[in-house]
Design a protein around this ligand. Structure first.
Ligand SMILES: C=C1C[C@]23C[C@@]1(O)CC[C@H]2[C@@]12CCC[C@@](C)(C(=O)O1)[C@H]2[C@@H]3C(=O)O
Ligand SMILES: O=C(O)CCC(=O)C(=O)O
Ligand SMILES: [Fe+2]
Length: 356
């Protein structure tokens, strides 16, 4: 039985002509430099040759916590199908979308960004989370025509799972970690995952609105597909907010908090956010890849010695998600055992970043 996700909170953003005070994050005079487009952005890495890619991936993980990939073997047809599914879903009337609303204690379903409760202003976006089978929610959305949606989701998740396993191998491989060092990562269904569809309607006052507030992902890694409208920004010490330009067919890879833990702090989890656009609707699909349930994630023993003691205590994914839901930007520090390393590209605690 779906609960009412604050249907009073979920405004129909498509029909609003003026930014309501509830969604106004900053005054139009504020400028955080985020629209500076002359700064270099995250590296674009060709996956055609793993041997060549591995060093570039390691460098990108250390210096940005994010990169884009091309030649990843996910077909353009599948990316287009996924985008069509998202567009179909978010174009439904609000009353219909609310039939698949996320329950107050649930993970899956339609609703405002889960992190909304940590902010006094609302975000200019709506989301749909898939965790496990999408069937029940798909039936609520399209009682007579839910198969196509489920088929695309299943194919997308299968392909993303393979890619995520390969990427994790490359990201950890660059630190000298082999498959034998991460026992749980071997096997066909080696991880657990969620799929997050995000919709950012065109906004009458984009400079004062926020699509998705700054956060890091509580994952090992995230694979993000964005449509042809820009909006994703990553935060980098020294550069500030840097836009990640959409490149047709490319996918964005984020280092998540759990990979930061596994790497004993060598890879920073990237702080990122989404801004909105005056004329264009933006859609993104995030594949959130984590470890199998029950597996405790802790700094890999090869990366720990007397000079580099473990920086974090062991946590399962579900424990960490619970911590994130409670402490948000303090979640990582709440499982930290000792002070962070110095000299990171992005060592800033998210709490230090002004967002709105
Ligand atoms: C597996 C998950 C990560 C996530 C919380 C969730 O249970 C499902 C949604 C994910 C998402 C997507 C948008 C940003 C984010 C911070 C949020 O509010 O929901 C992430 C969560 C996360 O990475 O912590
Ligand atoms: O829409 C985007 O580009 C960002 C989405 C995101 O950060 C997420 O789903 O975790
Ligand atoms: Fe994210």
């Amino acid at each position: 039985m779906p609960s009412i996700i604050s249907s009073e909170k979920q405004l129909d953003l498509y029909s609003i002509k003026e930014l309501p005070e509830s969604h106004a994050w900053r005054s139009s005079l504020d400028d955080d430099g985020s629209r500076n487009i002359n700064v270099e952005s995250i590296p674009v890495i060709d996956l055609n040759d793993d041997k060549f890619a591995i060093d570039r991936i390691g460098h990108a993980c250390k210096t940005w916590g994010a990169f884009q990939i091309i030649n990843h073997n996910i077909s353009q047809r599948l990316l287009n199908d996924m985008e069509t599914c998202g567009t179909r879903l978010f174009s439904l009337p609000m009353q219909q979308k609310l039939k698949a609303a996320r329950s107050s204690d649930g993970i899956a379903g339609y609703g405002v960004a889960r992190i909304s409760s940590f902010f006094s202003k609302l975000m200019w976006s709506e989301g749909f989370t898939i965790f496990g089978s999408p069937l029940e929610h798909a039936r609520q959305l399209w009682p007579h025509n839910y198969n196509k949606f489920c088929d695309v989701i299943e194919e997308y998740e299968n392909e993303m799972e393979k890619l995520a396993g390969r990427l994790m191998g490359l990201m950890l491989g660059s630190l000298g970690i082999t498959k034998e060092d991460v026992k749980w990562a071997v096997g066909p269904r080696s991880g657990c995952s969620a799929l997050q569809l995000n919709s950012y309607p065109a906004c009458p006052d984009p400079d004062r609105a926020m699509g998705l507030a700054a956060h890091t992902d509580s994952t090992i890694l995230t694979i993000l597909h964005q449509n042809n409208t820009s909006g994703l920004q990553v935060f980098r010490e020294g550069n500030g907010w840097v836009t990640v330009p959409p490149l047709r067919g490319a996918l964005v890879i984020n280092v998540g908090d759990l990979l930061h833990i596994l790497s004993n702090g060598l890879y920073p989890s990237v702080l990122h956010r989404a801004v909105v656009n005056r004329t264009r609707h933006r859609l993104s699909v995030a594949y959130l890849y984590g470890p199998p349930s029950g597996v405790k994630i802790s700094p890999l023993s090869k990366l720990v010695d007397q000079r580099n003691p473990p920086m974090y205590r062991p946590v399962t994914w579900s424990e960490y998600l619970g911590t994130k839901a409670k402490h948000f930007d303090k979640a990582l520090s709440s499982v930290r055992l000792c002070a962070p390393r110095i000299g990171f590209a992005n060592s800033k605690d998210q709490s230090g970043v002004q967002v709105g």
